[in-house]
Design a protein around this ligand. Structure first.
Ligand code: NCD
Length: 317
């Protein structure tokens, strides 16, 4: 069973390395959201922070492609005055056979305080964290299909910003739930925050097969799945994480699961539409919806910087 499907009780220990959304209990998530809020103004723009991370060194160690997450961590760290190194695995000694631990040990010896790690292998950031102990902190920026805790936290910030009371919300997550680390972490975060109606929507082969609790329902029909929803989180088909045979045709997929202006009408009139990016327009989402009034997709990106600033301040100060 995929570890991220297990609804476990959050650890009472103050988290150090940030590896899983399960490292946070409800009050710890709210503390972080409150902290991030201090850096966002009333028109949803970022406020310049004090240089709380001057003299700290953050190393982005991303072994997978990334646009938003890498840039977001880099800008968040730089806004706080940290020195940031973007390690390029493609032109490094990793190509000469160096192990991940050796790479990390060398970068730690150069004074790294924090590693932001994305890796195709599940639990790779956790292994690095165990190896480093307290020499430097690790933030998991996505490990295979498993978890993406910082995306979940910025998603929770976005929902909180527009909807406030989590316990009264209906939230639909639509698409490739099975292979999406964002879905896995979002599901846990929504559960921790007390959401009682979470709908996972998609073709049966992309839905989880393990029991998730009475607050989670599975839907193969998009209209039913998003009916009267307050929040719709759209996901990309994770082509790189599945067998070619299991891939639905883009046109068929759009016809059944693509979120269009017409289908969006089944949800609440003030529903918000989210997407972690990268979006595939015309596959899971119509451009008119992605760019429409109910879309908060670019706000998520802005809020991601504030949330990551909060996480780094929590770890490094
Ligand atoms: C996601 C990821 O990499 O898991 N993107 C992101 O970090 N914003 C989602 C995806 O790849 O579809």
């Amino acid at each position: 069973m995929n570890a991220s499907y297990v609804i476990s009780s959050p650890s009472q220990i103050e988290p150090q390395h940030i590896l899983s959304i399960n490292d946070f209990n409800r009050s710890q998530i709210y503390q972080l959201l409150e902290q991030a809020k201090t850096w966002v103004n009333s028109t949803d723009e970022l406020i310049a922070p004090a240089p709380l991370l001057a003299n700290k060194t953050v190393i982005n160690l991303l072994f997978e492609n990334s646009t938003r997450t890498r840039s977001s961590f880099e800008l968040a760290a730089k806004r706080l005055g940290a020195v940031v190194l973007n390690f390029n695995a493609g032109i490094s000694s990793v190509r000469k056979g160096e192990t991940l631990f050796d790479t990390v040990d060398n970068l730690a010896a150069m004074g790294a305080d924090l590693f932001v790690i994305r890796h195709p292998e599940e639990l790779a950031p956790a292994k690095v964290a165990a190896h480093l102990g307290q020499k430097a902190w690790v933030i998991n920026a996505g490990d295979g299909c498993n978890e993406h805790p910082t995306q979940a936290l910025l998603d929770m910030f976005t929902i909180w910003r527009y909807k406030n009371d989590f316990t009264r919300l209906s939230v639909a997550i639509v698409g490739d739930i099975k292979h999406s680390r964002v879905a896995h972490s979002d599901l846990q975060a929504l559960t921790t925050l007390g959401v009682t109606d979470i709908r996972l929507v998609g073709p049966v082969e992309l839905l989880p097969t393990t029991p998730l609790g009475s607050h989670v329902s599975l839907h193969q029909d998009l209209q039913k799945g998003i009916k009267d929803a307050d929040v719709i989180i759209m996901l990309r088909i994770q082509k790189e994480r599945m067998q070619a045979a299991a891939l639905p045709l883009a046109t068929d997929y759009f016809a059944q699961y693509g979120l269009t202006t017409d289908k969006l009408k089944f949800s609440k009139p003030d529903a918000i539409v989210m997407h972690p990016g990268p979006m595939n327009r015309g596959v899971e989402i119509e451009s008119a919806v992605a760019d429409g009034e109910q879309s908060v997709i670019l706000r998520q990106v802005t809020f991601g910087i504030a949330v990551r600033m909060g996480l780094m301040v929590r770890l490094l100060t």
